[in-house]
Every structure is written in structure tokens, then in C-alpha cells.
Design a protein around this ligand. Structure first.
Ligand code: COA
Length: 324
């Protein structure tokens, strides 16, 4: 133990797109979207809202709360599937933007589970060297990866970023443990192609486009089961009772997935932090955005045990327990 969250921050683009706005683009309705997903609005970035800029704005707020300067950061990990360039990484752009000159920086791709994966990685770095201060950021502009003609997917996603600053502290505060899983055999149920390759040997006539492609029903089934299993496995691993959890901050994919999960686990809904109605599914950014909101609303108090759980393309899924 000992890897504590020293500060949280988040940033959402200013432009809010409502379900009514989407009614003008695809054959859908506010009522259908709300009853099937729980989503009413999402934030959609424009020019000047590139993924690394959203990430940097969230990072600056987390640094302010942690009372650390960017030059005190040793490592920046950005979890994203929508970096504005394939190379350099989003994390390197964040480093430049905030002036974290001493840090090394890299991205990870674990889709919507990116934040819990990155948190686990950062925890291991800090366990190996407790002097390290690490920025973990989940940042996405999924609007740039959305097929706006596909009503099955375009209603679900949004843009945003959330960040945490991590460092070692003495005592019982900090990351308790994590359980992470993947199943690449199920990749095709939720995926995003790259742009057509420029390599003539790989070049195909028809580009599938850089869009999220999804088998919604299948994803739904796996998501509930996988997150339930991850949570139960983690509680067993750490010998912690479900009742001891003060707040669950799940990946905000869809209210029906979350309701089912809560029902199967037998957790009171008052213990679950939900903001999917405002932001939709912001993939790797959703947990750190929700955590920052929960923190700023004082929903977490010193000593509270918090549970993160996530599911995403890959498939990837997992759960983390943190003592606040
Ligand atoms: N507006 C109106 N109708 C829509 C629609 C939309 N935006 N999207 C799909 N439909 C239609 C379908 O075409 C279908 O019509 P049909 O019966 O005439 O064929 C009908 O609604 C039911 O479609 P279906 O896909 O079976 O709906 P569903 O109840 O499974 O809900 C999802 C669709 C996507 C909301 C749901 O499957 C889901 O939440 N899946 C998980 C998605 C997710 O969270 N992914 C990210 C995980 S990290």
C-alpha cells in the first residue's frame, strides 16, 4: 500500500450536444437514447480541444490540488484510444504543454479500461521507487472516432479528460489492489480500425475508416458479467467485504449496464457514482472524470474504500480498490 491519489482534475469541452441535437443527424429520439443508455447530453470538442489539450487542462487542475508543480512529475501515463497523432504519444504532447520537463511519458491503450490499467502500472512504479510522482490521465476525443451516420454508436460517446497525481504516502492510504483481465478473442465485438495503411503491401482498396464498430448487445452481456467477476475476484484477493466499500466509481458506459451490475453485486445505488447522463461514454476518461467530480463534491472522505471497475474494447476489464 502507499500509492495515494494526491490530486484530481478533469476537463470537459464547452460544447454540449443534446439528444435532441442528435435527432437532427440520425434516426433516433431523446426517449430511445435515455431509456436505452441513460444519456441526455455529451460534450463534444472542437478546434483547440485536441486530446492532449483536454488532458493537459485536466492535469493542471490535478497538479494544483496536489500542490505540486509540473517539474516535480517523474512520469506521465496517458490512457487513450483517440490521440491526435499515432506518434508522438499524447503523453509527450501533455509533457510539452504543461512543462513537465523532468518526466518521461508514454501512452497506453486498454480502451475504456485504460485508466485502471494505467493506475496499476503507476502503482507498480511507485512501489519500486517511492520518490516518484506520477500523472495518470485518461483523455479522449471519441467524437473524432465516431461514425456520425451510425445511430447504434454515435449516441453513446463523448469527449473529455480526467487526471490524478500519484505519490507515496505513509500509512494505510492508497491503492489496495487491482485485478485486470483481457480477452483478445472477442476483439471484433468492439473495435476501431486504423486508417488505411500507406504500406503498398498492406493497402486495401476499401478503407474501413477510423470508426468505432460495435455489437451492442454482445458487448452489454460481456460487460456486466466481466465487471461483476472482476469485482468479486478483487474483493476475494484483498479479503475485503462488499459492505466495506463506501463508493463505486464505475466506467460510465451506459446506465443499464451499471444498474445490472449493481443489482447482481447487491450494492445500494446510493453507493454508485453516476454521471453518464451528462457526458456519455468518454472511454478511458470516464473514471477519472467521475472521480474528480466525486472528490470535489466531497463524496469521498479520508479512510473511505473506493472501488473502480471498467470494461472496454479488447476486451479489457478490471477493478481497483483504493483507500482514500
Ligand atoms: N435510436 C433509435 N433506434 C435505435 C438506435 C438509436 N440510436 N440504435 C439502434 N436502434 C434500433 C435498432 O436498429 C433496433 O431496431 P430493429 O429492432 O428494428 O432492428 C432496435 O433499436 C434495438 O436495437 P438493439 O441494438 O437490439 O438495442 P439494445 O436494446 O441492445 O440497445 C445499445 C442498444 C447499444 C444501447 C445496447 O446494446 C448497449 O448499451 N450495449 C453496450 C454498449 C456499450 O456500452 N459499449 C461500450 C462498452 S465500453
Amino acid at each position: 500500500m502507499g500509492t495515494a491519489i494526491l490530486g484530481t482534475g478533469s476537463y470537459l469541452p464547452e460544447r454540449v450536444v443534446s439528444n435532441q441535437d442528435l435527432e437532427k443527424i440520425v434516426d433516433t429520439s431523446d426517449e430511445w437514447i435515455r431509456t436505452r443508455t441513460g444519456i441526455s447530453t455529451r460534450c463534444i470538442g472542437g478546434k483547440g480541444d485536441e486530446t492532449y489539450l483536454l488532458a493537459a487542462r485536466a492535469a493542471v487542475k490535478a497538479l494544483q490540488m496536489a500542490e505540486l508543480s509540473a517539474t516535480e512529475i517523474d512520469l506521465i501515463i496517458v490512457a487513450t484510444i483517440s490521440s491526435h497523432m499515432l506518434m508522438p504519444s499524447c503523453a509527450c504532447f501533455v509533457q510539452k504543454e504543461i512543462g513537465a520537463d523532468r518526466a518521461f511519458a508514454f501512452d497506453i491503450n486498454a480502451a475504456c479500461s485504460g485508466f485502471v490499467y494505467a493506475l496499476d502500472l503507476a502503482d507498480k512504479y511507485i512501489q519500486a521507487d517511492p520518490s516518484k510522482k506520477i500523472l495518470v490521465i485518461g483523455a479522449e476525443t471519441l467524437s473524432s472516432r465516431t461514425n456520425w451516420e451510425d445511430r447504434n454508436t454515435c449516441i453513446l460517446f463523448g469527449d473529455g479528460a480526467g487526471a490524478v497525481v500519484l505519490g507515496h504516502v505513509e500509512g494505510s492510504r492508497g491503492v489496495i489492489g487491482a485485478k485486470l483481465f483481457s480477452d483478445g478473442k472477442l476483439w471484433s465485438l468492439l473495435h476501431m480500425h486504423t486508417a488505411a495503411s500507406c504500406n503498398s503491401e498492406l493497402l486495401q482498396a476499401a478503407s474501413p475508416g477510423v470508426h468505432i464498430v460495435m455489437e451492442g448487445r454482445e458487448v452489454f452481456k460481456y460487460a456486466v458479467k466481466a465487471m461483476e467477476e472482476a469485482v468479486l475476484a478483487l474483493l476475494e484477493q484483498e479479503q475485503i467485504a462488499l459492505d466495506a466499500i463506501r463508493l463505486v466509481i464505475p466506467h460510465q458506459a451506459n446506465i443499464r449496464i451499471l444498474n445490472k451490475l449493481v443489482e447482481r453485486l447487491g450494492i445500494g445505488t446510493e453507493k454508485v457514482f453516476i454521471n453518464v447522463q451528462k457526458y456519455g461514454n468518454t472511454s478511458a476518461a470516464s473514471i477519472p472524470i467521475a472521480l474528480d467530480e466525486a472528490n470535489r463534491e466531497s463524496r469521498v472522505q479520508a479512510g473511505d474504500i473506493i472501488l473502480f471497475c471498467s470494461f472496454g474494447g479488447g476486451f479489457t476489464w478490471g477493478a481497483t480498490l483504493v483507500r482514500w
